[in-house]
Every structure is written in C-alpha cells, then in structure tokens.
Design a protein around this ligand. Structure first.
Ligand code: ACO
Length: 432
C-alpha cells in the first residue's frame, strides 16, 4: 500500500480544530482513509455498523469489483481458474500467491492426501451428537475439537506451523462423517489414490457393501463448487476468523468460529434456504404470488440466493454455477427437473421486475448451487458444510496473512453507548 497524493481533512461545525488523515491506495479498488489516529486527536470514534465503509485490513489474496462483477484470486479471474485449474491448484494459489508448477502440484496433492484421515478417537465425538443434529452444529464442534488432537501444529508464531494442510485435508473427511452419522451408515475411510473431490464423493456415497462409482462430470461439478467458494475477501465468516485469530487463538478454533458464522442464512446458509424456498414455491404459476410477498416489507420473506453486499451488477460465480447446473442435470438425465425450471423462471421474472432492478439485486452463486448439490445426492442440510469445506482454504490463507502482518492488532471495535448513565444500586425495597 502506498500513500496517495491527496489527504482527507475532517472539520467540525463547532469550531474544533480540523484533523488531517493520510489516504492510502492499493493495487486496485477503493482508496482508504487511515483514521487510526482519529480517537487520539478528537476523542471521537467512527460509527459504521456492518462495516459499510470500513476496511479492517490490507490483503493481497482476493479482489472483488462488485460493480464490474469481477472476482480475482491472487490476480487471476475466477472464470479462468474455474475452467483451467482444479480445486487443489486453487488452494495452492490462495495459500502461496502463485499457481503451482506440475512438480509443486504433485507434491501438494501428495501432502494433502497424507493428512486425509482423522484421529480414530474423533468418531467418539460424533457419537456424542444426536443423529439428527444439524451438520453445521456437528462441524463447529468437531473442527474445534481438532485442536485437542494436533498440538504440534499450534505454535502460530512459527510459519511452518501455520500451514493449512491438515485442515484442508480433513474437512472433507469430517463433512462426509457428519453425513454418514446422520443417515446411520458406517464411516467410510478416505482413499488416497482418488482426487480431492472424487475422494469426498467416495466417503459420502460408498458403503462397506458397495463402492461408489466415480462419475467425472459429477466430480468436476463438485470441484467447481469448491473452487467458486474458496475465498471471497473480507466477508462475515472470514472477518470472524480474522477477529478470532487476532487474539492468538489456534487455527482450528478460529475455523470453527468461521463455520459458526457461515451457518447463518444471510451468508453460507443461503444455498439451503434457496432450495427450500424453491420447494416451497412449488410450481411456476405460484411465482407471481411469491414475488409479491418478497416485495412486501412486512412479510419478512426474501428471495434467497438473490442480492449481495458487494456484487451490484452480477455475481460471476452465479454464471459459472448455472453452467455447471446444466452439465450435471444433462449427465443425470434430469434436464426437465422441475426445480431447475422453476429456478430459471423465477430468476427471469425477478430480473425483469422493477423492485429487483432498482435495488441491483442479482442471483448470487447460491441460487444455483443448491440445485447442483441436490443432483449430486447431497442433502440440503449439508450444503453449508460443503461451503465450509471449500472456504477453509480461504479462511486459512486470510488467517495466515493476518498473523504475519506487522500491523496486525487484536480486533477491538468500539461502540456508541446509549444505555443508562452511572447510577447507584438501590436497596431491594426501593426498586421497581
Ligand atoms: N430479496 C428481497 N429483497 C432484498 C433481497 C432479497 N434477497 N436482498 C436485498 N433486498 C432489498 C432489501 O430489503 C433492501 O431494500 P430497501 O432498500 O427497500 O430497504 C435493499 O434490497 C438493499 O438490501 P440490503 O439488505 O441493504 O443489502 P445488504 O448488502 O445489506 O444485504 C444480503 C446483502 C444479506 C446478501 C441480502 O441481499 C440477502 O439477504 N440476500 C438473501 C440471502 C442470500 O442469498 N445470501 C447469500 C449471500 S452470497 C454468499 O454468502 C455466498
């Protein structure tokens, strides 16, 4: 980051002296006003709930231009990565800053593969959960529990210990175990000769009685879902991971915190919510009635899978996901899938509606990812778990960047206090 030529001046209407702040520019995107000295100089804080105008860090990992609908991982457009690279190459890129050479790729794959098994003791954690527990509840618990097994990777001041291999390798195993536990089937161990995504499908759908037959189209679809969700700069769950990590907490606990945040329907829970919404709408003729409810502010109903805090033109991932949706449904002979047809009609109707146009609401990646995952055989309650599996690499890359940033401080937002001023505690007979 470099200092811009201009400076920002803050002046006050009550005659208090004005204060000058430096402005920094990055390699792309909006400049930032450095207000770190604001409180010292004025005794005032800035007020920005939801971080609408606040950059909390500098980062060189992911860049989004919401107006252009552009998403770059380490400078490479998501459209090119999704077509030319697999998920593990993308992981390598996010973690190391450059795409791997063939030799580096081979070594990285081998290292990830070596860590796919989880400690055998982990299965006892699973057995403590209800069989019908939501997968995200199980993942928050079991990922946090990993910190009790892998003490040797917990010295966060040692860069070698900050490597993310264990988490990237073990998330698919834990997500698949979550599914198996829920449906009452035996856990299936990873098979290291399979690719990352094929291995996940194997752990999900093989049983001791029958091996799952790997289908390349479906494996590629899963791999693309993972690539599209791998990182998304300073979103809610990533900021949660950074905030948790800013206290020096271990990475397993930080990722568990990220998973907890991702669970919410305004974030990672949207794909599950979008599919449930489509099922609830049911048929194309119910769309006008549904859209009317969405537009009625008192209904509390949103068009799930639509809208984004950053993308105000289109979500580039949604386009790729729609393509994958076609591929998967064709492969499975489901081209006439009623849910897909309903989704396409709903998308068209919304995109032509003044309410959505004027608010710049476009389908986000999750509008279609639920249909794809459903076609792959993944139950809706596990969609957000798949998202967590994909995003783990982004969380780790961002966490690691934060730990090695010399400007990093423990995250500690301030507040505008609106409660009672100081008062004395009355005796109990004087209260009320
Ligand atoms: N359906 C109907 N109206 C919407 C929707 C929606 N999906 N999204 C936003 N709006 C409306 C808001 O009510 C608001 O209207 P108003 O100006 O009349 O008050 C206006 O559009 C602006 O919306 P905000 O809530 O200010 O936008 P914000 O940036 O805070 O929210 C969010 C973004 C949370 C993603 C929102 O669009 C939403 O809830 N979408 C549905 C959930 C979803 O799909 N989330 C997935 C995000 S992508 C991801 O996590 C991978």
């Amino acid at each position: 980051m470099t200092t811009a030529d201009t400076k920002a001046t803050l002046s006050f209407s009550d005659g208090s002296p004005s204060v000058e702040f430096p402005i920094y520019k990055g390699s792309a995107g909006s400049e930032v006003i450095d207000i770190r000295k604001l409180y010292g100089a004025t005794g005032k804080f800035t007020y920005d709930p939801g971080f609408m105008s606040t950059a909390a860090c500098n980062s060189s990992i992911t860049y989004i231009d919401g107006d252009k609908g552009e998403l770059l991982y380490r400078g490479y457009p998501i459209e090119q990565l999704a077509v030319n690279c697999d998920f593990l190459e993308t992981c390598y890129l996010l973690l190391n800053g450059e795409l791997p050479t063939a030799a580096e790729k081979k070594k990285f794959e081998a290292t990830v593969t070596q860590h796919t098994m989880v400690h055998e003791q982990m299965q006892f954690f699973f057995r403590g959960f209800r069989r019908d527990a939501h997968p995200m509840a199980v993942l928050v618990g079991t990922v946090g529990a990993l910190s009790s097994f892998y003490h040797d990777s917990l010295d966060i001041t040692d860069p070698r210990h900050r490597e993310a291999i264990r988490l990237i390798a073990k998330l698919p195993t834990l997500v698949a175990m979550t599914y198996k536990y829920n449906v009452g089937q035996p856990f299936v161990y990873p098979r290291n000769e399979l690719s990352y995504s094929a291995n996940f499908m194997h752990m999900m759908f093989s049983t001791p009685c029958e091996e799952y037959k790997i289908n390349d189209v479906l494996v590629r679809a899963l791999d693309r879902i993972l690539t599209l969700h791998a990182d998304h700069e300073q979103n809610a769950s990533t900021s949660t991971v950074r905030l948790a990590g800013s206290s020096g907490a271990n990475p397993f606990a930080c990722i568990a915190a990220g998973i907890a945040c991702l669970w919410g329907p305004a974030h990672g829970g949207a794909n599950e919510a979008a599919l449930n919404m489509l099922k609830k709408v049911g048929t194309v003729d119910k769309i006008p009635e549904f859209i009317a409810k969405v537009k009625d502010k008192n209904s509390g109903i949103k068009l799930m899978g639509f809208g984004h805090r950053v993308y105000k033109n289109f979500d580039p991932r949604a386009k790729l996901m729609r393509e994958t949706c076609y591929e998967v449904l064709n492969e499975l002979g489901l081209h006439d899938d009623p849910l897909f047809k309903l989704a396409m009609t709903l998308e068209r109707v919304a995109l032509e509606d003044e309410y959505f146009v004027s608010r710049k609401l476009y389908p986000n990646v999750d509008f279609y990812s639920g249909i794809v995952q459903s076609a792959l055989g993944i139950p809706p309650s596990l969609f957000t778990g798949i998202f967590a599996m994909a995003r783990t690499v982004g969380w780790i890359a961002q966490w690691s960047e934060m730990i090695s940033d010399p400007e990093q401080k423990i995250g500690r937002p301030r507040q505008l206090f609106v409660g009672s001023p100081a008062r004395d505690v009355p005796a109990i007979d004087k209260r009320g």
